[in-house]
Design a protein around this ligand. Structure first.
Ligand code: NCD
Length: 312
């Protein structure tokens, strides 16, 4: 595999292979080995056309941990703000000899275009393209789910995962729904009809408008940020109304099975989709999702641009 654009390109074996490689990296780095020589001499470019905190830092750290040369390029402050096209930026990066481009872009399909338009020789890793996909977030989330609910399993059969809220604008939800489908989990998508995409009935999930009805059956609940910046209209009456109907608060969290974990990809709107109390409670694995995202990104970079795992 040269590029990672969409989870839908992955088989169950590919996915488990990535998760197992991540476990291996976790073992090595937990053991105190800080830097691995795996990508020495390789150049990774982080090309970010959208704001990001955790994803950009995570990719940067992952590449550095593997000893790659890392160049971070954010559209603000580059020639993109002078109107340079994606193609010209790609040709420039190619001429500089990048081995991998990690791209985040507001347009769905931008990562695919970069990978397949013939402008580049490098691998392309999608770090979020508009509302479309965010594969490494879903892989990190699968790593977290597996660690808590079914360590070492090669599929997620028998697990029920709830994904709640603004699915319409969420690339994290889309990547998670399809990846969990590939792993054989039972996915229940819950939200107001205005925030569910057209055609969701053809996705590998059940759809529901009632959070309360599903809480007792969930092994994990994934809350989504209400993405105000992607909304150009009114999708629900008020924030208060939204959190009353779809927010995860203490009372609702109590209705989850005792073993169930609470997830959120971040950034959170505390008090809207999740209360601070639940976000900071012992069953919340939100900060673990950040560290697991990092470890899974190391695995993806290693698997895409090579190196020899035995040197680790
Ligand atoms: C998400 C994103 O940017 O897609 N954040 C992330 O990468 N962890 C989700 C969001 O913005 O709500």
């Amino acid at each position: 595999m040269k590029h990672l654009i969409s989870v839908q390109e992955l088989s169950r074996e590919d996915t488990v292979g990535i998760l197992d490689t991540a476990i291996e990296f976790n073992r090595v780095t937990d053991g105190g080995t800080k830097m691995l020589p795996t990508l020495r001499g390789r150049t990774v470019v982080n090309l970010f056309y959208e704001d990001s905190t955790r994803t950009r830092i995570s990719f940067e750290r992952a590449a550095k941990r593997l000893s790659a040369d890392v160049v971070t390029f954010s559209a603000k402050g580059s020639s993109v703000s002078k109107g340079e096209s994606l193609k010209d930026t790609a040709l420039t990066l190619n001429a500089m000899g990048a081995d991998m481009i990690v791209v985040r872009h507001p347009s769905p399909g931008a990562a695919h275009r970069l990978a397949h338009a013939g402008w580049l020789e490098s691998s392309v890793l999608n770090a979020g393209d508009g509302k479309h996909e965010h594969p490494t977030q879903a892989l990190g989330d699968a790593f977290t789910l597996r660690a808590h609910l079914c360590p070492g399993a090669t599929d997620f059969a028998g697990l029920t995962i709830g994904i709640v809220g603004d699915v319409l604008h969420s690339r994290v939800a889309r990547s998670n729904i399809f990846l969990l489908g590939i792993l054989g989990a039972n996915v229940v998508v819950i939200g107001p009809p205005t925030l569910l995409p057209v055609g969701i009935e053809n996705w590998p999930c059940q759809v529901s408008y009632s959070l309360d009805a599903h809480l007792p059956e969930l092994d994990a609940i994934m809350m989504l940020r209400v993405q105000q910046e992607r909304m150009n209209g009114t999708f629900f009456p008020s924030e208060l109304e939204y959190s009353r109907t779809f927010g995860l608060n203490r009372k609702r969290a109590k209705k989850l099975p005792e073993h169930a974990i609470v997830m959120h990809p971040g950034p959170m709107n505390r008090g809207v989709e999740i209360t601070a109390e639940v976000a900071d409670s012992p069953r919340s694995v939100i900060t673990e999702q950040v560290s697991n995202g990092f470890i899974v990104r190391m695995a993806c970079m290693y698997l895409l641009i090579g190196g020899d795992l035995s040197v680790a």
